[in-house]
Design a protein around this ligand. Structure first.
Ligand code: NAP
Length: 260
């Protein structure tokens, strides 16, 4: 991994950076020259691996574990994040979960529904709120951004994962709301909408998706990789699209295109 040299240090927080897309994003931001705070539920082996990859490449990284759905502890979590490098220029809301078991939406339990909404929507909303308040209280000349990883399921219905789809569509409106609210504070807000990405989350449905790819599932017909999503995040976080906010970037090989 080769790092980009920059004159002033920018700091990013990536939630759910222990593996998969989150790890890819953390590495891409480190390559972009960010000091990175990597979060996961616990300081487990996977999170330590993310730390080691970045550190061995000469990047600056600190691990701050926390459960992003634990809203009463967000203030303390963000305190620890801020203390790591003394600032924060970019929040990446990546952590998310899928349903424990895919199945008929007529059988979705209130417990499963609440769990998905708590982690995928309530957690990111209130974490964004907490980070936004801190950013406003500590103004900066650096380009600042909040980037949320939603899903193709914001616009494509999967009836075997109803509560996942519902939790993710809320993130699209959340992005637009925070984009409006934070524009005058110099904070740009974006949504990244991945298609099917090859991670532990999609491993349970690997054969099903592979069968679809074998028949030409997406215009760019291959599995998406964490690096594809990470590149989009790094581009947005760099400020390359500084006059755009509230935007959605699809990282899905063209899956979202309606074709006749
Ligand atoms: P993943 O491999 O399951 O990784 C998710 C990471 O988030 C894990 O390290 C997990 O930690 C962590 N996490 C879960 N709950 C958390 C919590 N409450 N607080 C802090 N960290 C938590 O998933 P992924 O495929 O990389 O997905 C990352 C994001 O992209 C998710 O928001 C997902 O919905 C979205 N997405 C994925 C795809 C796809 O095809 N893979 C497509 C569209 C969108 P533990 O290991 O400790 O559980």
């Amino acid at each position: 991994m080769k790092l980009r040299m920059t004159t002033s240090r920018r700091v990013a927080l990536v939630t759910g950076a222990g593996r998969g897309i989150g790890r890819g994003i953390a590495c891409a931001l480190a390559r972009e020259g960010f000091a990175v705070v990597v979060n996961d539920l616990d300081h487990n082996e996977e999170l330590q691996t993310t730390v080691s990859i970045i550190r061995e490449a000469g990047g600056e990284v600190e691990a701050v574990p926390a459960d992003i759905s634990d809203i009463p502890h967000h203030r303390e979590f963000v305190d620890r994040v801020w203390r790591a490098f003394g600032d924060l220029d970019c929040l990446v809301n990546n952590a998310g979960i899928s349903v424990a078991k895919r199945g008929d939406m007529l059988d979705v339990s209130p417990e499963s529904f609440d769990r998905l909404v708590a982690v995928n929507l309530r957690g990111p909303f209130f974490l964004t709120q907490e980070v936004a308040r801190r950013m406003i209280d500590a103004p900066s000349k650096a380009f600042r951004s909040i980037i949320t990883i939603s899903s193709a399921n914001t616009e494509m219905a999967s009836i075997d994962r109803a509560e996942y789809c519902i939790s993710k569509i809320g993130l699209s409106m959340m992005t637009q709301l925070f984009a409006l609210r934070l524009a005058t504070h110099g904070i740009n807000v974006y949504e990244i909408r991945p298609g099917v990405i090859e991670t532990a989350m999609t491993a349970v449905a690997r054969e099903r998706y592979q069968a679809r790819y074998d028949q030409g599932f997406t215009p760019i017909n291959r599995w998406g990789q964490p690096a594809d999503v990470a590149q989009a995040v790094a581009t947005l976080a760099s400020g390359a699209l500084a006059f755009s906010t509230g935007e959605v970037i699809h990282v899905d090989g063209g899956l979202n295109i309606k074709a006749l």
